[in-house]
Design a protein around this ligand. Sequence first.
Ligand SMILES: [Zn+2]
Length: 226
Amino acid sequence: MPFFGAHESVAGGLHLAFDRLRQVGGQALQIFTRNQRQWHPPPLTSEEISLFCQAWQESGLVPVASHASYLINLASGKPELIHKSITAFIEELHRCQQLGIAFAVIHPGSHGGDGVETGLARFTVALDQVLAATPPAVRVLLETTAGQGTSLGSRFEELAAILELSRFPQRLGICLDTCHIFAAGYDIRSQSAYEQSFAEFDRIVGIEQIRFFHLNDSLKKLARIK
Ligand SMILES: [Zn+2]
């Protein structure tokens, strides 16, 4: 059986996310390990780490993923932003390792008008720099996106390209967001449409790559795939 859970707030302390999860009967957790609107959060204290680990034990060791800051754009063509993004994501993976979290979810970023191919190449080079500098215990999950503006990751082919281009494919996986794939043009409204979309995912990316789902309703309509 899959584990069904929620993204929970860490307001007041990281460990409090487990209490919030228990209140909704969750069996899996996603959190921000930091204020996700800040570039440089203060380092974790040993007290924060031990409270988190204790609460996690008490939860029965539910699966936990961290979601990276929305500020990070590893596909940017701007040197300053790329540098800040790499540093911030390295810090994020270190925080995950300190907390024992095995999965870090990230959006494949935005190419800023330079084109999908250029963006994917830049993303993978930056991602590989992060992976080379961080402990192998943490797996990076590429999240499917809705493809708004110049964001990458809305086509299954784009996710497959990152897995192929990276020097560290064994440290990668996918977080599949139902709202995002739907808004990107993959129909999942009926059993047959769902089966067709997932067969396509399996053929292009590989179903075994999916480690987490974000189950979200979609405000947007099904897009027509370009
Ligand atoms: Zn996300």
